[in-house]
Ligand binder design. Structure first.
Ligand code: HEM
Length: 237
């Protein structure tokens, strides 16, 4: 067996290549944990930040591909982001394996730390809207409107694919937020304040109706209206 050939910290090329010693220093040292489940709490957040950073990295390439008139290439990467956000939604549930009363030992150690300060999450909030701007600009270059793309889709499969994938990302990001909100209620109750003092109710208000891609959503309204499948008039209560 030969020794490692890569530079870096660690005994093997595996550890050096993946920077494992640094990675394992990311959670608190075990002798400083407020509760033994704080380890689980920390790595759940840390892995989410890694995944969010992958989404942000892919956003850059998605924008480049749309601007280079490559909607199918962009759609492939948006699909990957959809997959990742679903994983992030799912992984929150591992924290259900923590006893609620034990969580309060951990909560005392959070200082003023809040998920609302998550750089990855805020990066998505700030950067996701530009993808729709790029998409609309591509439609303009091709002299086609969203309704035509959606209804005469055989002529515009590539644009249909990208538009629908963006809406899927929007939907699954929204579901991440809804899922997290329900989970927060499970953990700290419905009427309490976060460590920063906001109410759980305020978090709920923040989430209602927050889709990024209003123009892609509007074309769904347009299709329903023009299809005539909803009864006429204003929706009843
Ligand atoms: C015991 C588990 C958790 C609890 C009790 C909890 C609690 C909360 C609360 C109360 C808020 C409201 C804002 C504030 O803190 O001021 C919040 C927001 C947030 N948390 Fe968590 N959280 C938990 C797990 C997670 C995990 C695993 C992540 C993964 C990154 C996360 C990311 C976020 C984000 C991004 C926000 C802003 C949400 C939005 O605007 O929709 N949280 N969390």
């Amino acid at each position: 067996m030969s020794g490692p050939v890569l530079e870096g910290e660690g005994d093997t090329d595996y550890e050096r290549y993946l920077n494992i010693p640094m990675l394992l220093r990311a959670p608190k040292p075990k002798d400083q944990l407020a509760h033994r489940d704080e380890y689980l709490f920390q790595i759940t957040h840390q892995t989410a930040e890694l995944w969010f950073s992958q989404i942000l990295w892919d956003f850059e390439e998605i924008r480049r591909r749309i601007q280079a008139d490559d909607p199918l290439g962009a759609a492939r990467l948006v699909r990957r982001c959809v997959f990742i956000i679903k994983l992030c939604t799912e992984q929150v549930h591992v924290l259900e394996n923590m006893i609620v009363w034990d969580y309060h030992d951990i909560r005392l150690a959070l200082g003023q730390g809040s998920g609302q300060e998550s750089p990855g999450f805020n990066g998505i909030l700030n950067n996701a809207p530009a993808l729709e701007d790029d998409y609309m600009a591509l439609l303009e270059r091709r002299k086609v409107d969203p309704f035509t793309v959606q209804t005469q889709y055989r002529d515009h499969y590539d644009l249909l694919e990208l538009g629908d994938m963006l809406v899927d990302f929007d939907m699954y990001f929204h579901l991440w937020r809804q899922n997290h909100l329900a989970f927060v209620k499970r953990m700290i109750g419905q009427g309490q304040r976060s460590v920063k003092g906001y109410s759980v109710e305020a978090l709920e208000k923040l989430i209602v109706g927050t889709f990024f891609y209003q123009r892609l959503m509007a074309v769904r309204d347009e299709m329903t209206l023009k299809s005539g499948t909803s009864p006429p008039g204003r929706p009843s209560q």
